[in-house]
Structures are given as structure tokens and as C-alpha cells.
Design a binder for this molecule. Structure first.
Ligand code: ADP
Ligand code: ADP
Length: 235
């Protein structure tokens, strides 16, 4: 059950002075239930790849299929609609709305997109995802009243409340101390064990290693690192 397929994706940025090949021939398949991490040094193309996966940018060439549907040649309106329906985003900055409660932040995508859901259906969905990120006791708080780790957990619930095909995660721990970073990463791993399909970009190798499929970008090219954990040297 393949959710996401990239075939020979390239991305070139051209300015008057120079051309940058940000991505060079990327092939990637993500199956339902996968946890993919993409690591690599600054400038290797991680953000560009995530923007293409999230339909925030278009490739220069290559094929992109979401659940078998070709999304590469779509109009902006079509790709916005696929993005809303199929893709959840979690960023380094939590991007929560402080005028709204935790509950209303999480409910917002449902109210905005699924106009057919009744209030009780919305309540049930929000309660489910509040519970999954262990924030049920903070539903009426404002984001600014929460710790950074708690805010990121709310952002994860908001990204998943519409039950997208894939969750794209960009440096989720960049604004967190290591304790909260570890809590958020453990929560993402738990959500993956419960079935969420995840693709995460990080430069933190320790977190990249928590994924089941570990990919490395180098100068716009994909290098697959070994899937099995390294066996410690012993005599
Ligand atoms: P990473 O996220 O791994 O740091 P990026 O995807 O941001 O890497 O960038 C990959 C390459 O593409 C870099 O050389 C960067 O300078 C270049 N690049 C990214 N975005 C643009 C843009 N909008 N215009 C020109 N060059 C860009
Ligand atoms: P936790 O106990 O979940 O690890 P913290 O220790 O960061 O979280 O915070 C304890 C509780 O105090 C949090 O659940 C949060 O709701 C509340 N809290 C934290 N910072 C503030 C604040 N600036 N204003 C109001 N409440 C806060």
C-alpha cells in the first residue's frame, strides 16, 4: 500500500547569476505505516524535498504520485485541495493561534475543511487527538500558557485531526530543549506505531535513527543508509 511515490524528481533554482540543482534524481516510495527520516547537512535539499512532498512547491522534472494519483501537473487550486485533504504538517515553529484555545486550534482544520461535520463529530475527533497527544487536561488553555513541548504536541494533534495520508515533519525539536525534544520524538514514534505514516526531516542523527527507514541527502542526491541497527562490535 504505497502512499507516496517520487520518481526521478529534480529541482533547479535559477537566478541571474547561477543555477542551483537542489534535488538531483530523487526516487522515494513511502508505504502506509512507514516512518521515514531524511537527514543530511545544511543545504543538501531537505527543505526543498519536504516542500515538494507537501505540495508547497513543484519539481522541475519527475513524477509525484499520492495514493497512485499524479499530482505533479496539477493546478494550484487542485494541489491546495489535495494538500488539505492528504497532508499534515508539523514545523519547528508551532504556528498555533494564540487567540484560540488548544481545543479550537485543533478543531480549526476540521471546521475550515470538513464543512459537513457536525459539532458532536468535531468534538469526538478533537477529543480523540487531544487524548493521543496527552493534552486533554489543557483543552481550554491558550498556547502561550503551555510549555514548548506541549505546544508542539498540540500542533501534532492539529496536523493529524483530519487524518491525512501522511504527516510531514520539519525539524520538530528545533525550538525545544532536549527533555521536551525527547518527549515529542517519543510521541511521534508512538503515533507511528499506532499507524500514522510519517516523513521527518532533521539534522539530528539521534532522532533520524528513531525512524524505520533512514535516508540521507547529500548534495541533492539520496543515499539510503542501512535499515538495520548497527551491531555493536564484540569479539
Ligand atoms: P536544506 O533544507 O537541506 O538546508 P535546502 O532545500 O534549503 O537545503 O536548499 C538546497 C539548495 O537549494 C541550497 O543550495 C539552497 O541554497 C538552494 N535553494 C533553496 N531554495 C532556494 C530558492 N528559493 N532560490 C534559490 N536557491 C534555493
Ligand atoms: P508539564 O508538567 O506537562 O511537563 P510544564 O512543567 O512546562 O509542563 O508546565 C506545567 C503546567 O503549567 C503546564 O501544563 C502548563 O499548562 C502550565 N504552564 C506552564 N507555563 C505557563 C504559563 N506561562 N502560564 C500559565 N500556565 C503555564
Amino acid at each position: 500500500d504505497i502512499k507516496i511515490q517520487l520518481k526521478d524528481i529534480t529541482k533547479m533554482f535559477a537566478t541571474d547569476e547561477m543555477e542551483t540543482h537542489a534535488l538531483r534524481g530523487i526516487d522515494l516510495s513511502i508505504r502506509a505505516g512507514d516512518y521515514v527520516s531524511i537527514a543530511g547537512p545544511s543545504g543538501c535539499g531537505k527543505s526543498t524535498l519536504l516542500a515538494i512532498l507537501g505540495l508547497l512547491d513543484t519539481p522541475t522534472s519527475g513524477q509525484y504520485l499520492i495514493e497512485g494519483k499524479d499530482v505533479a501537473g496539477m493546478s494550484l487550486a487542485q494541489s491546495a485541495s489535495i494538500r488539505n485533504e492528504k497532508i499534515g504538517f508539523v514545523f519547528q515553529a508551532f504556528n498555533l493561534i494564540d487567540e484560540l484555545s488548544v481545543y479550537d486550534n485543533i478543531a480549526l482544520p476540521l471546521r475550515y475543511r470538513n464543512k459537513t461535520l457536525s459539532q458532536s463529530e468535531i468534538d469526538a475527533r478533537v477529543a480523540k487527538w487531544l487524548d493521543k497527544v496527552e493534552m486533554g487536561h489543557r483543552a481550554r488553555h491558550r498556547p502561550s500558557q503551555l510549555s514548548g513541548g506541549q505546544q508542539q504536541r498540540v500542533a501534532i494533534a492539529r496536523a493529524l485531526v483530519g487524518e491525512p495520508a501522511i504527516l510531514l515533519v520539519d525539524e520538530p525539536t528545533g525550538n525545544l530543549d532536549s527533555t521536551n525534544g525527547d518527549i515529542v520524538m517519543e510521541m511521534l514514534a508512538q503515533l507511528n506505531r499506532e499507524g500514522t505514516t510519517l516523513c521527518m526531516v532533521t539534522h539530528d542523527q539521534r532522532y533520524a535513527d528513531m525512524a524505520t527507514t533512514k535516508l540521507h541527502l547529500m548534495d541533492g542526491k539520496m543515499v539510503r543508509t542501512q535499515a538495520e541497527p548497527e551491531i555493536a562490535y564484540s569479539q
